[in-house]
Design a protein around this ligand. Structure first.
Ligand SMILES: Cc1ncc(COP(=O)(O)O)c(C=O)c1O
Length: 379
């Protein structure tokens, strides 16, 4: 069987496991505000799905996304996409060129690298798994990696998997570097809503920042596929010419997202409180097992990196040991070939009972991981 089929079977097995506890993909499994479900059901009942949605998204949704980001409509326009990943595909495929470089962090999110490579770009990965730098990209590191060949600087902020978040000063310095070399700054803000404070690069460098927005994490619509690309109207004019999907994104999801944005203030603070509570419990549980360590707590995203290398178990074995108990967590190698052997990633936007089950099982799962041989392929 080919790799693609194997990978698909792996995920098919996961989604068809009744009662699986999803602590591996940073998806949000807490119930939405009732208005979100009602809006989606109403859209289905009215059979609103027979027609295509407008190519750049419902106008109401486009306005609400800009309002959520606090960006000026004169400087930023919205293209609603089938998830943040389509926004990334559009930007990275279109703006990368053969011989150009695509500069990003290691660890980070791997798919945009594949999109840039498919357009002939060379990828430059800057190592940031460094406690001495607070597990963050530094201005000096970025300045050394960017030159006139650089077409795109891609920053996941807050970072997946590290949960680190950049300050306004750092973002300003990064965008100065981008401007100096005429590079696009792709600011992946998929996890922004979980941060205590977050600064948008688009405020500093409106002309060439591309802000990536997702409804999968804060609103919990991962399976409904909805996100957005936000950029200067001139940049968007170009990117909207040949996007992968020019027939409009899922209209049912868009109705749900509008309701989600309208009710965010009343609902989301409890979600963040719950995921921070889960983080605290996981940190406590890790401290009770020799060799385990959570790096960067509190995480500014809905996830934690837990090092297991010191406990003498591989991330893959620990993932498999949890899978036997109906819990999915993610091996570090999904994010980084260089540092991935050190850690697993645990997602925290889950019911407290799931996080508590993870914690309760931790000592026995570490023991079990030590015994496991012949692990199945993980993706
Ligand atoms: C950094 C980052 N960007 C984008 C995405 C994809 O988001 P979406 O579900 O909106 O396509 C993910 C998903 O895990 C992610 O971690």
């Amino acid at each position: 069987m080919r790799g693609f089929d194997l990978r698909n079977r792996h995920f098919d097995g996961l989604v068809n496991t009744p009662g699986l506890m999803w602590l591996g993909q940073n998806t949000n499994h807490l119930s939405p505000h009732p208005a979100v479900t009602e809006a989606m059901i109403a859209s289905i009942r009215a059979e609103g799905y027979h027609a295509y949605a407008p190519p750049a998204g419902l106008e109401e949704l486009r306005e609400l996304i800009l309002q959520d980001l606090g960006l000026d409509p004169a400087q930023a326009s919205v293209l609603v996409t089938d998830g943040a990943v389509e926004a990334l595909y559009t930007a990275c495929r279109d703006l990368s060129v053969p011989g150009g470089t695509f500069v990003t962090t290691d660890p980070g999110w791997k798919w945009p690298m594949a999109f840039a490579k498919a357009s002939g770009a060379s990828v430059v990965e800057i190592p940031i798994y460094k406690p001495e730098n607070g597990y963050k990209l530094t201005v000096d590191q970025l300045a050394a990696a960017v030159d006139e060949r650089t077409r795109i600087i891609y920053l996941v902020d807050p970072n997946n998997p590290l949960g680190t978040c950049h300050t306004a000063e750092e973002i300003a310095a990064f965008t100065d570097i981008a401007r100096r070399h005429g590079a696009y700054f792709v600011h992946d803000c998929t996890y922004r809503h979980f941060a205590d404070a977050h600064s948008l690069a688009a405020h500093c460098y409106p002309e060439r920042t591309i802000t990536i927005y997702s409804f999968s994490k804060w609103l919990g619509l991962a399976g409904m596929r909805l996100g957005a690309l936000v950029a200067h109207p001139e940049v968007l004019e170009r990117l909207a010419m040949a996007p992968p999907n020019n027939l409009g994104s899922n209209i049912v999801s868009q109705r749900g997202a509008i309701a989600g944005l309208r009710h965010r203030e009343a609902w989301f603070p409890q979600v963040n409180q719950c995921q921070r509570r889960n983080q605290a419990e996981i940190v406590r549980a890790a401290a009770s097992v020799p060799g385990l360590e959570v790096v960067n707590y509190p995480s500014q995203a809905n996830l934690l990196v837990m090092e297991c290398v010191g406990a003498g178990v591989t991330p893959e074995a620990l993932c498999q040991a949890y899978r036997e108990e109906g819990i999915m967590i993610r091996q570090g190698t999904y994010h980084t070939a260089t540092f991935g052997h050190r850690f697993v990633k645990i997602s925290t936007t889950v019911p407290p009972a799931w996080a508590d089950r993870f914690c309760e099982l931790l000592p026995s799962r570490v023991e079990r991981a030590r015994q496991l041989k012949d692990l199945p392929a993980l993706f």
